[in-house]
Design a binder for this molecule. Structure first.
Ligand code: PEP
Length: 252
């Protein structure tokens, strides 16, 4: 049985005091988190160590990114998966569409980031998803299958035992347009098929596949009720404790 995960991506939001207050609200209200749901939040990297020190068992801390480099060295501005691990961070979002678009991240780099996470014992939350024109031209399934294969081919199933996949249609991120529950289920089932082809069906059935893209209290329950949707990666609705906890409750 897969345990749902609801992950909040705070992106480049919240000054220091507001970030501390949001985490504190989640910690104070962690009795509202159903015991069958894992929760993670990914604050701006500047605050990660401090947030990890103030989190509790119910709220894990994740990073929004990680370096491709496994060893320390002259990589100004970067931080490694080993550093995240040493600072109490448990997950790293890898290959978010905003990193792909604004920082030119390639599938190859994303693969290296996953490898760095695997080596350091950080759970990678690997993001994939098609652009609007790819969906409109009917290429969405082949585009996402190709992304997943490129990122994951060559790893062993045991190396990827802590992998989380997030299906995030680019046209739904931050736009208020959510994929319908049928569109989400179709793609999640396809991603699970690809995982089965690359590894085996036990592995495919053990991996959590999150939906991301304008998920919020009003639509979370319907999305999470789909058989292959195992929780969500939440942007805008993770910035207020009330909204985020409602989404978390919908996964329970
Ligand atoms: C995201 O950035 O991962 C995301 C899903 O954002 P939003 O929920 O705001 O669409």
């Amino acid at each position: 049985m897969r345990k749902p995960l609801v992950a909040g991506n705070w992106k480049m939001n919240k000054n220091h005091a507001d970030a501390k207050a949001l985490l504190q609200a989640l910690v104070d209200r962690s009795s509202e988190i159903p015991s069958g749901v894992d929760v993670m939040v990914a604050p701006p990297s500047l605050y990660l160590s401090e947030m990890a020190a103030h989190a509790n068992d119910a709220v894990a801390i994740g990073s929004q990114d990680v370096s491709t480099q496994e060893e320390d060295g002259a990589f100004t501005g970067e931080f490694s998966a080993v550093m995240l691990q040493s600072a109490g961070v448990r997950y790293a979002i890898v290959g978010h569409s905003e990193r792909r678009e604004y920082h030119g991240e390639t599938d190859e780099e994303i693969r290296e980031k996953i490898a760095a996470c695997v080596a350091a014992g950080i759970r990678p939350v690997y993001c994939c998803g098609e652009k609007l024109e790819e969906r409109e031209s009917g290429q969405h399934v082949s585009v996402v299958s190709h992304q997943v294969k490129t990122a994951l081919e060559g790893f062993s199933a045991s190396e990827l035992k802590d992998l989380v996949v997030a299906y995030e249609p680019v046209w739904a991120i931050g736009t208020g347009k959510t994929a319908s529950s049928e569109q989400a289920q179709e793609m999640h089932a396809e991603i699970r098929n690809v995982l089965g082809e690359l590894f085996n069906s036990d592995f495919a059935n053990s991996i959590r596949i999150l939906y991301g893209g304008s998920a919020k209290p009003a639509n979370a329950a319907e999305l999470f009720a789909q058989p292959d949707v195992d929780g969500g990666l939440i942007g805008g609705a993770s910035l207020k404790a009330d909204d985020f906890l409602k989404v978390v409750e919908a996964a329970g």
